[in-house]
Write a new protein. Structure first.
Length: 225
């Protein structure tokens, strides 16, 4: 069993060309997150938080440096190997829930499990358990259009944790909610992640929310401080 960091970044760099100019978004990011640790990634809009999460999530290329996930060197993986690593070890929560509109809450949480090969009955039991723990036990068969914004985001949290990821990547997960709902959803998110034993990296610009996590790192001028 891997006892080292669940994710390790060394010298992570990302640049873009815009209007004939080179823009360095990440300029050598180093970070290690231990199993079960919840880390807040603070930084203003445009500081590169989403770019950093996309790198760790293996969602796009063009990066330089080293990315190790669950003991596996990941930056040079391609195709099916990248997809398999994401499915087995990573969960994602975004600012917008991105739920499938034609499927109910339970089905949205069942689907990623079945893609991984979980039997339907087991996937449904897991979905019901997660959604009930988030206060949605009476909303299992409601489609996203029948749910409030906070309820939709709770479904997205359950979906992210459905396959028992070792690391959850959350990009402004409550940024689209009012303050009261944001506090409630974040509290449930943190409780559920800790209960599941997953690690998490949560990008936010909200200092108050970040203070509720185990550790805070700040992205400024392309490096962590």
């Amino acid at each position: 069993m891997n006892s080292g960091p669940i994710v390790s970044l060394q010298g992570l760099r990302r640049s873009f060309e815009q209007g004939g100019q080179r823009i360095d978004v990440l300029r050598g990011v180093d970070l290690a997150i231990m199993p079960g640790e919840i880390v807040a990634l603070l930084g203003p809009s445009g500081s590169g938080k989403s770019t950093m999460l996309q790198a760790i999530g293996l969602l796009e290329g063009g990066f330089e440096g080293s990315i190790t996930i669950a003991g596996q060197q990941a930056e040079h993986l391609a195709g099916d190997a990248r997809t398999q690593l994401r499915r087995e070890h990573l969960g994602f929560v975004y600012q917008f829930h991105h739920l499938l509109p034609d499927f109910d809450a339970r089905e949205n949480v069942v689907m990623p499990q079945m893609i991984l090969g979980t039997p339907r009955s087991e996937a449904e039991a897991r979905a019901d358990s997660l959604l009930s723990s988030l206060g949605l036990g009476a909303r299992l068969t409601h489609r996203p259009s029948q749910l409030s914004g906070g309820e939709q985001q709770r479904v997205a949290v359950a979906r992210a944790l459905a396959n028992r990821p070792t690391l959850v990547l959350a990009d402004e997960p409550t940024g689209n909610l009012d303050e009261h709902t944001s506090d409630a959803v974040l509290a449930q998110f943190l409780e559920l992640v800790r209960g599941e034993g997953s690690a998490a990296l949560v990008a936010t610009h909200n200092e108050r929310l970040a203070a509720r996590m185990d550790r805070v790192v700040r992205l400024k001028d392309g490096v962590l401080i």
